[in-house]
Structures are given as C-alpha cells and as structure tokens.
Ligand binder design. Structure first.
Ligand code: KPL
Length: 294
C-alpha cells in the first residue's frame, strides 16, 4: 500500500492512477475518517469518480509519497513520521530545491528519496482533478539509507502507468526543473498571465537575460554541468511555449490566496548566491515582487 501525504493536484493524480486498493491518503489530524472522493479526468479518456481511503501511517505502507507544497514538507512530516515505521522509504515530490535537503538533514537515518515530474495536473474545480499533460517522473536517493530502496520505489510508482525512471543523481533533474520554474513561475504570477504569454511582455524581455546569467553562474558554482545563459533561456522558452495555455502553479497559488513556493525557487537561488558569493539581484527582485502579491 502506497501512502500519499498531500491531496493537491499531484497527490490526486498519483492516487487516481495507482491500482485501486494499493493506495491511500494519510489524513491530516483534523480529517474526518472514511475516504476522499473526487472526479478524475485522465489524459485520454472520460472522467470517472475516484474513492481513496485514508490510512494511518502506522499501518506499514510500502512507501510514503509526499506531495505537499515545498513549504509544508517539514511540518507535514514532523506530525506523520513519529508513527511511520523507520524503514519506510519517503519520496519527496516538491517543486524547487531546499525543502528536500531540509528533510534529509532532519531525518538522516530514514530512507529519503526525491522525485521530480513533468506530469501536468490541475484542479479546475475543487472536486475535479485533470491529468492535463503527460510527462515523466525521475526518482533518486537523497541519502545512503535510501539507495537500497530505489528500484522497489520506482517499480511501485510505475504501477500507476505513468512513466517513472530511476536516477543515479537526482540533483541534476531537480536543478533542471528549478531552472524552468525560476524562469517561468514568478513572471506568470507577477504579470498574472498564462505561461506562453510571458514571452511577449516587456517585463520578461527586460529581465530574462540577466536572470539567466545569474542562474548560469550559480549552476557552475554548485558543481552542476555548465550551461550558457543563452542555452538556459532557450530551455525556459521551449517549456513556456509547450505549456503556453497553462496557469503555472505559482500563479494558481496567488490567485487562490495560498502561499507560493517562491522561497524554494528564486528565493532558493538568492540564498545559494549568498552562500557562494554570487550576486543575484534579479532573483531577489522576483522573490520580493511575488511576496508582495500575497
Ligand atoms: O512546473 C511548472 C509549474 O507551473 O510549476 C511549469 C513547468 C511552469 C508548467 O506550468
């Protein structure tokens, strides 16, 4: 049984696609008993009703999949881990960077893995989850205790029918996704527009090259493969075009009055720059502007 902590769009996508009877949600303390029921629209089929039971983490799930927002990871795990067996693998599926390291540092003896996905899911209505775009999910160990669990975790998640790969070094794919989110999400939130619409806006045109120069220097200093600012801009714009009609997760958070993941995206890059002695004024400006939106 896979236990999912975090019943947002991605948590609901995994719950709906994993085989029925082999998946459950972990309840929040205030959650009523029973099951979570919602409509699910698969990528290429008609909508149907999904009913997912709640499970207490003490019931020995085969793995715990954390699908909360990055900023909720630590508090959500702090209330769940005391009753989760210590050898249960924990898979962190958060945007950005920083929250994964915080978890791995706080629970060094637990098997902690991280995942990153390009699957697209959204909730246009509170009880409807839509699998909006097919992608793939990469999973890798974050600490030594997790290495022995990697293959079994990939196998278990692949039962969903979604594409799942094992990654020997998950930091690389996490960085790749961070670059994309750093170059799209804040702009869509500040400009209050769809992903594809940032490309024609003067504010984006003004800041994208200096932003990519900052990220390029940070990648090098963080021992990631060298990427020129031009190459980074090309990657960001390819995804902005591919997801042109999407509302980014950050814009959706702002519109719904939720806190955003900016501290784990551009804000993470500001903190890293501070540690490494690299100036990051554009990341700083984007972080401040997004914080003013809440
Ligand atoms: O990951 C995304 C997000 O919205 O967080 C992108 C790639 C920008 C797609 O919307």
């Amino acid at each position: 049984m896979i236990a999912i902590l975090g019943a947002g769009s991605l948590g609901r996508l995994w719950a709906a696609t994993l085989p029925a009877g082999q998946v459950a949600f972990v309840p929040r303390p205030e959650q009523p008993a029973g099951q979570l029921s919602y409509r699910f629209r698969p990528f290429d089929g008609p909508e149907y009703q999904v009913r997912i039971p709640w499970i207490m983490p003490s019931h020995r799930p085969s793995l715990l999949l954390l699908t909360t927002k990055a900023g909720d990871s630590l508090p959500a795990l702090a209330s769940t881990l005391p009753v989760l067996p210590t050898d249960t693998p924990i898979v962190l599926l958060q945007n950005g960077l920083g929250s994964q390291q915080q978890v791995a540092e706080r629970w060094p003896d637990r098997p902690v893995l991280a995942a990153t996905t390009t699957e697209g899911a959204n909730r246009p209505e509170a009880d409807l989850t839509v699998h909006a775009g097919q992608g793939d999910t990469r999973v890798g160990a974050l600490n030594a205790a997790a290495k022995a669990h990697l293959n079994e975790v990939v196998h278990a998640l692949a039962e969903s029918g979604l594409t799942v790969h094992a990654e020997p070094d998950i930091l690389g794919p996490l960085w790749q996704k961070l670059v994309i989110n750093a170059g799209i999400n804040a702009f869509t939130a500040i400009l209050n527009c769809l992903n594809g619409q940032i490309l024609d806006q003067a504010f984006y045109q003004q800041w994208i090259d200096p932003l990519c120069r900052e990220i390029s220097s940070l990648l090098l200093a963080a021992d990631q493969p060298e990427q020129t600012p031009e190459a980074l801009r090309g990657q960001i714009e390819a995804i902005a075009r591919k997801t042109a009609t999407n509302t980014s997760s950050m814009r959706a958070d702002v519109l719904a009055g939720r806190s955003t993941e900016i501290d784990f995206i551009n804000g993470y890059l500001v903190g890293l720059g501070r540690q490494l002695g690299i100036e990051t004024p554009v990341n700083q400006m984007l972080t401040e502007r997004v914080k003013q939106l809440n």
